[in-house]
Write a protein that binds this ligand. Structure first.
Ligand code: PLP
Length: 393
């Protein structure tokens, strides 16, 4: 740090110059996070000074967090439940697994080798969580439809199992697990069923209402104990805004840490000091858009996805799977090299090699038909140039 400060105008200029290098949204096809809603950005800025870790000071902001959680619980079919806003899907999944472990302990079911049954495509945040908590993952390969097979889940339950994780919208393929079948498989066991709907949570409820044939995944499915849903993904809220929701009114309280300041209330999140701006922005965007706003955004999202799929097919590309949500996975030899070439031209896509080489395109809320029309010829050029280069090597 310098001994004397720099004028604000200079600081602004420097920051603007660096941020100018960030890729503009209209070239981004890999991101689940999107351009946040302006009202959320405005409200987050208004609450930039708030800290939900100290609810004696920020009691109004805390009330807004409770209202935002209530809106999310209602969206997912359980207004009587409990939950908290957190920093994102990773923290939400961490808290879900902590609560699962504490529930197993309370039932006298916690063994020296607690296991969690997950699918082979579960989000990598669970790898972090299992490492931190000393939980052993029992990885079940996904079936031909890339879903966690319920019968295989049943086969892997034993006295060590404390939880099963289903995914409602896998990050890689946008596939929704058959949560009801998994719930039935788990129902006879005292095992916590967590649904990671970090990506699907803000799409599936509206897509189902629009008539898309997607499995139900929320608390209306008997046996679902907790759900991760991230406003900072398809909820149009600025980062960091995640949420962990529980079926029981008391469940969120099972993860509880008292502060050594006796007059500061118990913490129910991993972060201590945490941004009230995220809570305020979440509340603002959910209230402002309402169901009709999200329905309309989801309708557009599916239309743009269909436009991308049609354009890719017309250009001769083959999909790896039929998209259920807004993630389009294209078979693409040399995908990494093509992605690098696209990046050098300013376009960001992602790739996967899990089954075959593929390009993964995320039709986030900022992706438009015009953007798709601009992208496909660029992709074609990147593919042809890459193929020519590979042929020479
Ligand atoms: C299904 C799923 N779960 C969890 C996460 C982790 O969320 P975050 O990056 O907000 O911690 C993601 C992120 O993309 C995700 O797609």
């Amino acid at each position: 740090m310098r001994s004397d400060g720099i004028p604000a105008s200079v600081v602004r200029r420097r920051i603007a110059a660096e941020m100018d290098d960030d890729v503009p949204w209209n070239r981004v096809l890999n991101s689940i996070c999107t351009e946040p809603h302006p009202l959320g950005v405005e409200m987050a800025a208004a609450a930039a000074h708030t800290n939900l870790g100290d609810v004696r000071i920020f009691r109004g902001s805390k009330r807004i967090e409770r209202k935002a959680v209530q809106l999310l619980l209602s969206l997912l079919g359980n207004p009587e439940g409990s939950g908290n806003l957190v920093s994102g899907g990773t923290e939400a999944n961490l808290i879900a697994m902590l609560v699962a472990r504490e529930s197993a302990r309370a039932r006298g079911r916690l063994t020296d080798r607690p296991e969690v049954v997950v699918s082979s495509t579960v989000h990598f945040s669970f790898t972090k969580v299992f490492g931190l908590l000393g939980l052993t993952p029992v990885v079940v390969p996904v079936d031909a439809a890339l879903r966690l097979p319920a019968d295989e889940v049943a086969r892997h339950l034993n006295e060590h199992t404390i939880a099963v994780v289903a995914t409602a919208g896998s990050s890689e393929f946008g596939v929704v697990d058959a949560v009801d079948a998994i719930a039935r498989a788990v129902s006879a066991h005292e095992v916590h069923l967590h649904v990671d709907a970090a990506t699907g949570g803000f799409i599936i409820p509206f897509a189902r209402e629009l008539g898309h044939d997607l499995p139900q995944f929320d608390f209306s499915v008997d046996g679902v104990d907790s759900i991760t849903i991230d406003p900072h993904k398809y909820g149009l809220v600025s980062v960091p805004a995640g949420a962990i929701l529980f079926r029981g009114a008391e469940d969120a309280g099972k993860f509880a840490f008292d502060s050594f300041f006796i007059d500061t209330p118990t913490h129910h999140t991993f972060l201590g000091t945490r941004p009230g701006g995220a809570a305020v922005a979440t509340y603002a965007v959910l209230e402002h858009l309402g169901r009709s706003g999200f329905l309309s955004i989801t309708r557009t999202n599916y239309e743009v996805t269909a436009h991308l799929v049609a354009g890719l097919r017309a250009a001769g590309y083959t999909l790896f799977i039929e998209p259920e949500l807004n993630i389009v996975v294209v078979r693409m030899p040399n995908a990494s090299k093509i992605s690098e070439r696209l990046e050098s031209w300013g376009w960001i896509v992602s790739t996967s090699k899990r089954f075959v080489e593929t390009l993964r395109l995320v039709v986030a809320r900022h992706v438009t038909r015009e953007m798709v029309d601009a992208f496909i010829p660029v992709l074609d050029r990147a593919r042809k140039e890459t193929e020519a280069e590979v042929a020479v090597e």
